[in-house]
Design a protein around this ligand. Structure first.
Ligand SMILES: Cc1cc2nc3c(=O)[nH]c(=O)nc-3n(C[C@H](O)[C@H](O)[C@H](O)COP(=O)(O)OP(=O)(O)OC[C@H]3O[C@@H](n4cnc5c(N)ncnc54)[C@H](O)[C@@H]3O)c2cc1C
Length: 473
């Protein structure tokens, strides 16, 4: 447990370009939690997962007393630092089928695609200016080795009789993404993009209007489970019938959850404003793009004419805390910038203006997991979004609300609930093992970029990595 108050020590404005833009001087944090409070449900964590859960609870039963306790300000975690890709689980369809069978896979993947549409509708209905734009997602290859990374997923969908992906030629992929390095891909129509922080703050506003009591700058210092659960912060507490843990990577403080997820950094850079250059490149549809490496590159254009370019597989967490290495400017800025430059060689003269980093909660399967902490019916959690949480957190809100209300429905009974315990090793093996595997993946992917066959050992070790968007091969 880190010292109380540490979560609030970093100025929010430093955490990402999106936060810097959205949290102007007029921004007023919600009050801190002081004194003793009671609620029907207390949610810990004010990212999308916590906020969607709060909204869902109040929509289901407006009389519920819902409190939300956030360490810093809502959206200061991954929800305020992500790339703003709003994606479905169609890219995980092969894994979903393998884990839960075709019927449940279809149900979950369809629900996730519906969620992308519902987020747009929700923003529209509630006047949230989150720059929601639905132009689909391009799952691309940028070298010969990446071609066909999507094959097992597309084939699984074919077998189930659905076609969420459209194959695109090298020429079309290059035209869509505005750079000739793209040599093929599949396009998935349901994907959208948002301004991540404006979405988070919009949800916070709706939650407040629905009567959710939000406490910010109030890190949970302990969760007491003697008797009914009680969330304690340095200055107060909330005793509740039910507690929902929506703290993403920070949930590794609980040993039970630590076995389920690895904390891995993801890093982003944003260019200066270059709307004319983007226009000239042909990348005008607003499609967001991921390549097919495990240390994924993901990139998009922004409403104000920048390119935001990210790379997965950054810093590795150690033990039960996330730590300051996952905050602020990116320690891997040079690596991410170089990846941007090799993906967009024609933009060699464009300045990178900012960089930032944040933690990803990677599960073994690349899908989130929901459950009851210590098998208690009154403490529920959801973790493991694995870098695809903007859209799926909407589904998570439904699942967690149903679990908190002990409802027997399609959400509480879905395959992602009460998945058998994870298999990640304990420290120091997980950290050291993580470093070895990450180095091997880096070597393998460098060789593939250079058109060389990767070494056998690197390829074998790379297979030990948890799945990302692209299945481990
Ligand atoms: C750099 C980066 C890029 C990403 N890009 C994408 C993308 O383009 N598309 C996509 O789908 N996903 C992306 N993701 C993942 C996505 O952002 C997350 O899956 C999603 O935001 C998860 O939401 P959440 O509410 O579960 O977590 P968070 O937004 O992290 O919320 C958890 C909250 O819990 C709070 N908290 C932690 N500890 C405590 C405590 N003790 N007490 C109280 N509160 C606490 C934190 O401050 C935080 O606000 C990215 C993530 C990162 C880091």
């Amino acid at each position: 447990m880190r010292p109380a108050g540490e979560e609030t020590a970093i100025p929010e404005a430093r955490l990402s370009l999106w936060l810097a833009e959205a949290l102007g001087p007029a921004f007023e944090p919600a009050p801190q939690l002081e004194g003793r409070h009671r609620a029907d449900v207390c949610i810990v964590g004010g990212g999308y997962t916590g906020l969607w859960t709060a909204i869902r609870l109040k929509e289901t039963d407006p009389s519920l007393e819902v409190a939300l306790v956030e360490a810093r300000t809502c959206g200061s975690g991954a929800s305020g630092r992500n790339g703003g890709f709003v994606l479905s689980w169609w890219s995980k369809f092969a894994t979903l089928t393998k884990l839960f069978g075709t019927e449940e896979a279809l149900r979950l993947a369809s629900a996730s695609a519906d969620a992308v549409a519902q987020i747009g509708a929700f923003c529209h209905e509630n006047g949230i200016d989150a720059s929601y734009r639905r132009a689909g997602w391009l799952w691309a290859a940028v070298n010969a080795a990446q071609l066909g990374a999507w094959r097992s997923t597309v084939d699984a969908a074919d077998r189930a009789g659905i076609r969420p992906f459209e194959e695109v030629s090298a020429e079309r992929a290059a035209a869509m993404a505005g750079s000739p390095v793209h040599v093929g891909g599949v396009w998935e129509a349901s994907g959208a993009t948002v301004h991540p922080v404006r979405l988070a703050l919009g949800l916070r506003g709706v939650a407040e209007r629905l009567g959710v009591r939000i406490f910010e700058r109030s890190p949970m210092s302990s969760l007491s489970t003697d008797g009914g659960p009680e969330v304690r912060t340095p200055r107060g507490s909330v005793g509740a019938e039910r507690v929902v843990l929506a703290t993403n990577a920070w949930a590794v403080r609980f040993p039970e959850i630590r076995r389920r997820i690895l904390v891995v950094g993801s890093d982003l850079v944003a260019t200066e404003r270059i709307p004319e250059r983007i226009q000239a490149s042909g990348w005008t549809s607003g499609v967001c793009v991921s390549d097919s490496r495990l240390l994924v590159h993901y990139y998009r254009t922004t409403e104000d004419g920048r390119i935001a370019f990210g790379k997965g597989g950054g810093a590795l967490g150690f033990g039960g805390s996330v730590g300051a290495r996952f905050d602020g400017t990116s320690p891997r800025r040079a690596i991410v910038e170089s990846a941007f430059r090799s993906t967009y060689p024609r933009l060699a003269d464009v300045r990178v203006e900012s960089s930032w980093t944040g933690p990803i909660d990677r599960s073994r399967s690349g899908l989130p997991e929901f459950g009851h902490l210590g098998a208690r019916p009154d403490v529920v959690y959801g973790v493991g979004f694995s870098g695809n949480g903007v859209g799926p957190s909407h589904v998570a809100g439904r699942i967690l609300a149903s679990l908190a209300l002990e409802r027997e429905d399609q959400w509480s009974r879905c395959g992602l609930v009460d998945v058998p315990a994870g298999t990640f090793p304990t420290e120091p093996f997980r950290f050291v093992g993580g470093l070895v595997v990450r180095t091997a993946i880096g070597r393998k992917e460098r060789a593939e970029d250079e058109g060389r066959p990767p070494g056998r050992i690197s390829s074998r070790l790379a297979r030990l990595a948890p799945a990302g968007l692209t299945p481990t091969r």
